[in-house]
Design a protein around this ligand. Structure first.
Ligand code: SF4
Length: 482
């Protein structure tokens, strides 16, 4: 693979991988969660073996693929607008262009995309990317093509991703696929199937390869990383049927984290996403044990009300969540925690909303991802629960949650002023070309003057000021980890 150093519109350094001799052009766009961005790198790799190199120029593409998200209606509207754009370019500038949809919306809508929407030639679900070469052949023969079969085994563990729009410093490595949790508002179990974990050695090999190529930080990815469990392949839910030897040699998430941290002691490790009902103390203790496992946990809760948590089929109470938070802060005092929150879930009362605000007051999250409830077709809530909270009430409650989060974010950044922190430089600051931007172990953005440092350096930064989301400082030398 040849490496091309380019720059995007924001002046960020991009490493684009291209295979010599490939003549076809693939334009691929990703929406939604980090899993989708990681999957698009798998797709680019599969197609690089079929003569495709990626391009950032839509007009010149032979094949346009959009990796889609279905988590909220707005995400699907965004994709529809992009499909209109592609079809306009196809009509005006490049009639030979083929257009395809990947990801959760492809899995949710399936053949409807071909029959009703008529905006695409190709529909491929998250577990069927290895079938792309055959499907593209069908399209090139003038037929529409579709494969939305969900798999019990597929983890793409044998595919070396082609890094897309990469800064050459941080990378995603997926470790599990699917989710068994069936939260009533969520489409993921329907669009990504049952949980299955990737073989640990293939994960370590991918991490070692990234380290060799100069990457400095890896985020281990899964819809629900805490329920990672390798016991020789197959679905997590079939673990009980495993043999005694398989059970005795099984690798859980804490063990995998330990293996990764030891395999590359100079590389930083993060992970996402966790579910409170599956997170265990040994994961937290493993984080505390290794300097190179970042002290940050994304721990979605969605609501602070026990009644609503039950309606959401979140298998924990607010009290159990507090106990987990207390354990995390006891074992890792400097930890940062972020949340996902839904405002206005069906039947949510003012009292339930106040429970959410009081939970946030107890935890004082560093930051969060907060949304108004969006009914998703096919989910249990979508089928059985009336979306009965008026839009203006949802909006008002969401505003209150976001305002409280901003207050707590600032409370947490203010606490860090005066500290000296290790920062990994990722790119130029959005606001000033004379400043670097990177993140500390808590995943907070830190901005400081560039001086003689460069992208990929671990630098100690004295924090002198802050906003609610960003720390501002001065570099005081390379960190021992550099
Ligand atoms: S844990 Fe719940 S919210 Fe998260 S992906 Fe699984 S079903 Fe969806």
């Amino acid at each position: 693979m040849e490496k091309i150093i380019d720059e995007n519109k924001q002046g960020e350094r991009l490493v684009i991988e291209a295979k010599d001799g490939n003549t076809k052009k693939l334009f691929i766009e990703s929406y939604g969660c980090q899993m989708n961005f990681s999957d698009s790198e798998i797709v680019a790799s599969i197609l690089s073996q079929e003569g495709f190199n990626t391009t950032n120029t839509l007009e010149e593409a032979d094949l346009v693929l959009v990796n889609t998200c279905s988590i909220r209606d707005k995400a699907e509207q965004t994709v529809r607008k992009r499909l209109e754009k592609y079809n306009a370019v196809k009509k005006d500038k490049n009639p030979k262009m083929k257009i395809g949809v990947l990801g959760c919306m492809a899995e949710r809508l399936k053949s409807k995309f071909l029959e009703e929407e008529k905006m695409v030639d190709l529909v491929v679900g998250p577990d069927a990317y290895k079938d792309l070469p055959n499907l593209i052949e069908e399209v090139e023969d003038g037929r529409n093509a579709i494969n939305v079969i969900l798999s019990k085994e597929e983890t793409y563990g044998d595919i070396a991703p082609v890094r897309l729009n990469s800064n050459g410093v941080t990378a995603f490595v997926s470790i599990t696929r699917g989710c068994d949790n069936m939260c009533t508002f969520c489409v993921v179990p329907f669009t990504r199937g049952r949980e299955r974990s990737r073989e640990p050695q293939s994960i370590i090999e991918e991490i070692n390869d990234l380290a060799k190529r100069g990457f400095k930080e890896v985020t281990l990815l899964g819809q629900n990383v805490d329920s990672y469990l390798w016991y020789g392949g197959g679905l997590k839910k079939d673990f009980d049927k495993a043999s005694e030897i398989q059970k005795a040699t099984a690798v859980n998430f804490a063990m995998l984290l330990d293996m990764c941290a030891k395999a590359q002691p100079k590389m930083r490790f993060r992970f996402s996403t966790s579910n409170p009902q599956d997170m265990t103390l040994d994961v937290i203790e493993t984080m505390a044990k290794h300097r190179n496992i970042c002290k940050y946990i994304h721990l979605p809760v969605q609501s602070g009300s026990n009644r609503i948590l039950k309606e959401m089929n979140r298998l924990h109470t607010r009290e159990e969540y507090f106990e987990l938070i207390d354990n995390i802060k006891r074992i890792i005092p400097e930890v940062a925690i972020s949340q996902d929150m839904i405002a206005g879930f069906p039947t949510e009362t003012e009292e339930d909303h106040q429970d959410t605000l009081s939970l946030m007051e107890y935890v004082k999250y560093d930051f969060g991802f907060m949304f108004a409830y969006s009914e998703r077709p096919g989910t249990l809530a979508g089928r059985k629960m009336k979306d009965d909270v008026p839009e203006e009430v949802k909006k008002r409650r969401l505003n209150e949650i976001q305002a409280l989060q901003r207050k707590h974010s600032h409370y947490n950044t203010l606490k860090q002023v005066g500290q000296t922190q290790e920062v990994l430089i990722e790119k130029s600051s959005k606001k000033s070309d004379a400043h670097w931007s990177g993140r500390n172990t808590q995943n907070t953005v830190v901005v400081f003057p560039k001086e003689h440092y460069k992208v990929g350096d671990f630098v100690n930064v004295k924090i002198t000021d802050c906003t609610s989301a960003t720390l501002i400082g001065e570099a005081v030398g390379y960190s021992e980890n550099n």
